[in-house]
Design a protein around this ligand. Structure first.
Ligand code: FES
Ligand code: FE2
Length: 451
């Protein structure tokens, strides 16, 4: 079915266009492409499912999703972090339906089977009376998620038994995650609980927006300039570098026009600076002290934003993590975390959380601008003319920003290919190229094999 509608010819045409910086518009919301993405991207990549600070005590748990796969993430009595498929092994009911909490056992709401933190089946209602001696409880434990890994407190999981080690998957992104999450003693902590809401949007477009598209800021977030929250210089979001890291990961690091941030160390209190100097390399310190915003993405659907925000005189920094959980080709569930340095003063954390809610929370100023425009992409993509796989109408989205204008710089202090402006589509194209590699690989091989 999928093979017929996204055949080799279509994939080859797609590759040809992507190589030229052009994305056929039908691809964004195509249902067959979406089915490929579900299996070949969400079924195989590492997915962010939580932060270690969300699991404070033994018995702490949160429930999450990897696209349509329900995940129960727990801290066991020995302090280990484990992830199970959140579905009962009796008849498959959704086992734990709460968002978070602390429990010693999970009891299924359907027939009452219960499981401990190790995922073992420990209670069967009427037990031996109805199952006799044949029932072996140790064969009916919860199914573990095949791979779980952690880096700088970020917990990832993969549905693929063959997934490469997490650290290899993150690659050079680790160097930048060290700046964002490893600068302070004790790391970062999640403030409050993740907020979540649904939006009419495609996950590729939302990821691209955060990971690789500072070019939209001056227009789509124009109201923040009018409100005096953002600088009036129309190019303010372009100053800095865009860094392509491979594997579909990358980020933009913004600064001022002069390269020196007016908010040293992103407004974090001066008492914390010696800690940053101790925990980070001189190169990482140089970047952190002069950055106004870090914004980027870990392929496929984890984005982050670490800005300076807030009312004048009350500016502060937070780290916003967001997962675009696809609910179809035209709908996402947005999961949004606010993290602040555990070592920051309590009063700073309060300010930072308020700044997050006012900017990138569901009712935040910047969030609403983006949500509106993502829905408009979906609405027009329903048009008959967009179904045009032959491209009779030349329906191609443009990824040519910065082409022939910016060459990589050779003196950037961090790893990756760094461009001297954030207004470039190099990272977007690298994300697309990884996306294409994953959705097409087996399909092209299978077809080649059958010829
Ligand atoms: S489905 Fe869970 S106990 Fe029956
Ligand atoms: Fe935006």
């Amino acid at each position: 079915m999928v093979k017929d509608s996204v055949n080799k010819q279509t994939l080859q045409m797609l590759k040809e266009k992507l190589d030229k910086g052009l994305m056929p518009q039908w691809v964004v919301t195509d249902p067959d492409i979406y089915q490929l993405e579900r299996r070949k991207i969400f079924g195989q990549t590492w997915q962010f499912i939580g932060h270690e600070s969300e699991l404070k005590e033994p018995g702490s748990y949160v429930t999450r999703w990897i696209a349509n796969d329900p995940v129960l993430l727990v801290k066991t009595n020995s302090g280990e972090i484990k992830a199970y498929l959140n579905s009962c092994t009796h008849r498959g009911a959704h086992l734990c339906t709460a968002d978070f909490g602390n429990k010693k056992t999970f009891t299924c709401p359907y027939h009452g089977w219960s499981f401990n933190l190790e995922g073992e089946l420990i209670g069967v209602v009427s037990g031996k009376t109805v199952y006799g001696e044949k029932m072996k409880k140790d064969e009916w434990g919860l199914r573990p998620i095949p791979k779980v890994g952690m880096y700088q407190g970020l917990i990832f999981a993969s549905l693929d038994h063959q997934a490469m080690p997490l650290e290899d998957y993150l690659g050079d992104m680790k160097w930048y995650l060290d700046i964002l999450l490893g600068r302070s003693d004790g790391g970062m902590e999640v403030i409050g609980v993740p907020q979540r809401w649904t939006a009419q949007a495609n996950w590729k477009m939302t990821q691209e927006n955060f990971a690789s598209d500072p070019y939209h800021v001056q227009t789509n977030h124009r109201s923040t300039v009018e409100l005096g929250i953002s600088p009036s210089d129309p190019n303010f979001a372009s100053y800095g570098h865009q860094i392509v890291l491979g594997n579909g990961h990358g980020l933009s690091i913004m600064t001022s026009k002069t390269g020196v941030s007016p908010y040293k160390y992103q407004t974090l209190p001066e008492s914390m600076w010696p800690m940053f100097e101790r925990n980070l390399s001189p190169e990482q310190n140089e970047i952190l002290s002069n950055a106004t915003v870090f914004v980027g993405g870990i392929f496929p659907n984890l984005a982050f934003d670490s800005p300076v925000h807030g009312m004048e005189g009350e500016m502060c920094n937070y780290l916003n993590l967001r997962v675009w959980r696809p609910l179809g080709p035209d709908k996402v569930e947005i999961w949004c975390w606010c993290l602040v340095d555990k070592a920051a003063p309590e009063e700073y954390k309060d300010k930072a959380y308020k700044a997050y809610v006012g900017s990138f929370g569901p009712s935040g100023t910047l969030e609403q601008d983006d949500t509106e425009v993502w829905a408009r992409i979906i609405q027009v993509n329903d048009a008959l003319m967009m179904e045009d796989k032959e491209l009779s109408y030349n329906n191609l989205n443009n990824y040519l920003l910065g082409e022939d204008v910016f060459e990589p710089v050779d003196n950037f202090p961090g790893p990756g290919i760094a461009y001297p402006s954030t207004y470039t589509d190099n990272l977007a194209r690298s994300i697309q190229s990884r996306w294409f590699e994953l959705i097409s690989k087996d399909l092209l091989d299978e077809e080649e094999d059958s010829q």
